[in-house]
Design a protein around this ligand. Sequence first.
Ligand code: BG6
Length: 505
Amino acid sequence: MAPDRLDNSLLVIFGGTGDLARRKLYPALFNLFVDGFLPPALRVIAVGRRDFTRDSFRQEILLPSLETFSRRTAYLNTYFRPFATRLHYFRTDIYEPGGYTRLGQFLVEIEEEEAGCRGNRIFYLAVAPEHFGPVVRNLKETGLVPARGWQRVVIEKPFGHDLPSATELNRQLRAAFSEKEIYRIDHYLGKEMIQNIMVIRFANTFFEPVWNNKYIDHVQITSAETAGVEDRGSYYDRAGALRDMVQNHLLQLVTLVAMEPPASLATEAVRDEKVKVLRSLKPLNIAAVGKNAIRGQYGAGEIDGQGVPPYRQEREVDPHSITETFVALKLFIENFRWAGVPFYLRTGKRLPVKVTEIIIQFKSLPDILYFKEYGELRPNLLVIRVQPLEGVFVQLNAKRPGNNNYIAPIRLDFCQNCEVGVNSPEAYERLLYDVMRGDPTLFTRWDEVEAAWQFVDPIANAWAARPPLFPNYAAGQWGPPAARELLIRDGRHWWQEDELPPQRG
Ligand code: BG6
């Protein structure tokens, strides 16, 4: 982790009127501002194609974005004006010849006005991935980078569609920025409980000694959504759940659960350990894909009692699409700590609940003293709840009060955030803050991206070679039956919400 050094800079957001900027970036910047975490001379330049003046941008884009998406709307009266003075709007098309030169002049003018910025520049590419390469090339060719101070570029996912395209994108980025200047966002890493995984593991004597194949039976990682593809059909239909969620978010969770303790909390020490996990993933050959990689696509069904259309009828989705909206995987990490311990992953759209959680199931003790006769013996579980509620609970067996030896499961339940979304900073707050202070620990390094694609590509290729019979689950179900069977045939089952203590709220 880098030292807290919050330099002033210009933050240039390409896609400044787009969805990501409005839903995530402005609200996050506003929350950081309210909390006093923005550098005093930071200026934000929203770059967009639409015709706005500085004032109309603030009124028509910025204010509604904060009113709708900030967790701090109560502060708008007091803080909106001073916050808004930090924002500028610059109109150009990212392909307009001369647009970058004009932008460069504009940045210099602001830097002259606000000497505190010292020529430090952050370029945030909140645009569709096909524009990443051209924007960066133009920045370089028109001399916007190198900046007079330091420079950084922030890149959203998807980082490529497969290994060759990711490699090409990386080559284009590296033509203008060094690896240290590239911040590849995986917003899961900005989530509070995900940052907590390392703390839980490495700051508690309880866990580290049993965190291995001697004591852990298996790991389950679920990231389920009730939403469908909403207005992202055209992107999603080309990506699918494997590329959209597994290649990045889920494999990142695997790395945090499975990594060795790093030598220190320094950025590269942490990333070195994470990449070792990705490199130790046992590749799935065609036979293993058939057995251990389950895909699904939702048909019509019900979510919260409301009928919803099938995936193939979503906007901008091919009516014959064979894109998967659900993935379940069984994978192994081939190293001394994890040999033989299955990691089961599942993710999908239109599942019964919105939940992300990690369940570590410990091995059962031999049935010598306490067995079924004494009541309901449950395995020890450590559950890390990432969202919507944030917390940790541990399931233990204990004596039931009374004159006999009956046993019942008890739960040590720590709920960090029992009021959804109220207390915890959102992922983008932490990530933007880290970009501004130059700490890339929570961003993915190129070799992590590369290793993740190396694992995912053979699955995607095997699937592409065998068209599936879709749809194979109804919206509102936990994916196709094969996802359940993946565990049942191993004598295990997915822990469902109703078997775990209720989420308090
Ligand atoms: C994004 C995916 O990266 O993560 C989306 O592209 C998905 O398809 C989203 O909905 C889920 O994020 P969260 O934070 O709601 O779990």
